[in-house]
Write a protein that binds this ligand. Structure first.
Ligand code: AMP
Ligand code: GLY
Length: 425
């Protein structure tokens, strides 16, 4: 099979690494990819959200399967575009239709979907500038802190947690009247704060059947002990110790099954990953958000633990026969630590040469923001530079291996968190 994978981060290098090992993989193209994906296939120089270029590439290179890493092409309707074009409609797409992608593209749509399908989530209401007064009133019915969410995609920055009513009022005004997040905050979801521990659960569905992938926990803040600014993710571990059988049974019965049934009931075509962001509140799972893709950096911890041939699973997704496969999960734990550029998530420098890549032989290296320079050296090309994933018989062992290698692998102004996973040991 000829495969085109969209994206350029650590998630995509991990997917590329896994796809390249498949017996079904003849040629793998990655657009735009990074220095890591270039080791697994052929990088193509166009944007992962340029729908026209994606269509052209699929036709020219006779692609059989499109695997979509990030959410934007899905929210922009890549699935429907390809299925409506006679020249590309035969292509398997791993990712939902545009309607399905609204689970991530609109928080209001996702909340409404959850309520309709009896899926546990925080109490909420949605508002626009036309009913901003009701938004202020709604705040008075909730307990602090208050959670305000821009309805649309806001590059992971659209959720604000306000400690006081006054702060919440001001933020609502900024979001609805000053369009703090542009069009994305023309509508705002206000919801009750949930107090608990977060985790990520991943599902691969063919629209009828589903497989539950290993659970993971990611670390979003830049600083040790979850302090400082939010980032794209500083590390992840898998599995999550508290996501035991009892908890996962609640997730499956109360969340996963109703989600798949809800999609079917609404005739929403969905063949791809569902990432369910959960809060464990005293042993009960609540959905914080849906994403219509894999998580990053969770993918770097989750995918290496899956022992199945990934394209084999994707072929079953296309044929709607996931019921015929069992997922095989490596019982070892994984820990991923992200090396970032000093200054990230604000301003940082790029173009630093990565050294000692060849000295690491007991971890997997998944490139995030990297590229090759004229001398074919790997240089940094983003805030998040490279993820180090290690296996261990215990989470502690996996973490200590990743931490050791995070010290060895080097580049100027390298920074990483040394406390990944320690809160759940
Ligand atoms: P989201 O983009 O919806 O995942 O929200 C970003 C982050 O905000 C989540 O990862 C949580 O840490 C936090 N968050 C969102 N909703 C809630 C909530 N209802 N209660 C507590 N924290 C929340
Ligand atoms: N790690 C969270 C995300 O991918 O959105």
């Amino acid at each position: 099979m000829k495969i085109l994978l969209l994206g350029s981060g650590g998630r995509e290098h991990t997917l590329a690494w896994k796809i390249a090992q498949s017996q079904h993989c003849k040629t793998l193209y990655i657009a735009p990819g990074n220095a890591g994906t270039a080791q697994c296939g052929i990088n193509l120089n166009f944007s992962d959200s340029d729908i026209q270029q994606i269509e052209n590439c699929i036709i020219e290179k006779q692609i059989d399967m499109l695997v979509v890493g990030p959410e934007l092409p899905l929210v922009n309707g890549i699935y429907d575009t390809l299925k409506n074009n006679p020249k590309t409609k035969h292509v398997s797409v791993i990712g939902p239709s545009q309607k399905g992608a609204m689970l991530e593209g609109s928080k209001d749509f996702a909340k409404e979907f959850m309520i309709k399908n009896n899926i546990p989530t925080a109490h909420y209401k949605s508002f626009t500038k036309e009913n901003i007064e009701s938004a202020f009133e709604f705040i008075h019915t909730l307990h602090p802190p208050y959670v305000l969410k821009a309805d649309g995609l806001a590059a992971g920055k659209g959720v604000l947690i306000c400690e006081t009513k006054e702060e919440a009022h001001n933020t609502i005004k900024e979001m609805l009247l000053s369009e703090k997040f542009g069009k994305a905050s023309q509508k705002v979801v206000i919801e009750q704060f949930l107090d608990g521990i977060e985790l990520s659960v991943f599902v691969l569905t063919d629209g009828e059947n589903y497989l539950i992938l290993p659970s993971a926990k990611d670390y979003k803040r830049i600083g040790e002990n979850n302090t400082g600014l939010n980032t794209g993710g500083m590390g992840a571990v898998s599995p999550v110790p508290f996501a035991n059988q009892t908890f996962m049974d609640k997730v499956e019965q109360g969340i996963i099954i109703p989600t798949i049934k809800g999609l079917k009931k609404e005739k929403i075509t969905y063949k791809g990953f569902i990432f369910i962001g959960l809060m464990n509140v005293n042993g009960d799972p609540y959905v914080i958000e849906y994403n219509v893709r894999m998580g990053d950096p969770e993918t770097e911890s989750v995918i290496p633990r899956i022992e199945n041939d990934l394209l084999d699973l994707f072929i079953h997704v296309e044929k709607q026969s996931l019921n015929l496969v069992d997922i095989v999960i490596n019982p070892q734990a994984t820990a991923s630590i992200m090396l970032v550029s000093e200054g990230y998530p604000e301003t940082y420098e790029k173009g630093k040469i990565l050294s000692n890549l060849d000295k690491i032989n007991d971890s997997l290296l998944f490139h995030a923001g990297t590229k090759l320079n004229e001398n074919k050296e790997v240089i940094s090309n983003g805030g998040r530079v490279i993820a180090i994933t290690s296996f261990g018989n215990t989470l502690e062992e996996a973490l200590s291996r990743s931490n050791k290698n995070a010290e060895i692998l080097d580049f100027e102004n390298k920074y990483y968190r040394t406390d990944i996973g320690k809160d759940i040991l």
